[in-house]
Design a protein around this ligand. Sequence first.
Ligand code: SF4
Length: 433
Amino acid sequence: MSVPVRLSESETAVDAAVDAGGICSLYVHAPFCASRCFYCDFAVKVAPPNADEWLEALSWEFRALETEGEFTLASSLDTIYVGGGTPSLLGPAAMDGLARVVGPERLQGADLEWTAEANPESFTEEVAAGWRRAGVTRVSLGIQSFHEPSLRWMGRLHGADEARSAVRIAREAGLTNVSIDLIFGLPDHLGRDWEYDVGQALALDVDHVSLWGLTYEPTTPLGQAVEAGRETPPSDRRYEREYLFAVDRLAEAGYEAYEVSNFARASRSSRHNMIYWSGEPYLGVGNGAHSFKHPVRRWNFRDWDVYRAGVRGPTPPVDGEERLDPDQRRLERIWLALRTRRGLSVEGLPPAAERRTQRWIEDGLGNEEDGTLRLTPRGWLVMDRLTVELDGDFDGALTRSQSKSDLPAPLAGPLAGPLAAPIAAPLGKFRDI
Ligand code: SF4
């Protein structure tokens, strides 16, 4: 079903139901990494992992959330997503410990989707078996590339063979719903053969593929290397070519592009991530995690040590929040609708917006079918700009500079994600060209 620009009565009813029954989707941030990758700007603590400390901090946060009563979890969850960081570093027992902290009774639903992220070098048979026993149903593997020099350049700690082994380990443990991440848009000097890498990914025959367009954030060592002239991002032309090539190959292989950077075999799209992109409520716990319940978005302290010190207080460790006004909400609804195959309902669009979307269709940036506007892959490459332009056709439109900054911050998780997701977990990033 496509997304109407304005909040419908049925969605207002969902808000009321959430207030009565609680939030059904939970994001949990695992902060530890063995080292920081060259390009990474996530909320990461480079330190030996300590699962007990992590679980204790989460317990304190749940206690404070209960006392506060604003972001209450439902008695039975639909989805839970453990992102990071590197959750697989926390060892085989960590997911079982997490189930005890969240409340085992909340994780009993027959349809529960429980995703955990893993890096190949720490995803051992023991970890996979422990996750399976705890109830994890889906594994997201940070593979990124099969080109050894590129993996070394990124600072990844695994090789191509370990990536392939990780998929096998997941399947042998009974974790058959496997997603892999791939990064495109690497610098030219690496000589990475993107077509080869996409072919290698397809050969794994996994259920789900996420494409990350590498972004060169100024706060990262990579961004600083670019600033100092030691690295050069690839041209927009190559970025575009690599993205469109992968979209075509994935489509040929039977993967549906259900979101700008996410591709799934039948019934294997990430239900959890669709919650973010549908504007439905979610709770995020852990350092840097974001939560959303209309009209409030808020986020926890990003630094693990600051979060850990603050989590024992009487209130949740929230660093900031914003209340979306109707204009911000509309902008966000347009953006979220355009990034997924759900698309945007054209019903009720102002005449100027109708004319604009017709031009997009003529230019090959979008399609319209049964009253729903969907962007094409070429449209997805300029999705931010199109969102801001379309929003400008409404009364009370935000100005271009305001509206750019009002798009949910690129995250990873909940999102960080191909352009950005309203969260703290790597959903993928995407350059708007
Ligand atoms: S990219 Fe992933 S594995 Fe690398 S430092 Fe960031 S969170 Fe850790």
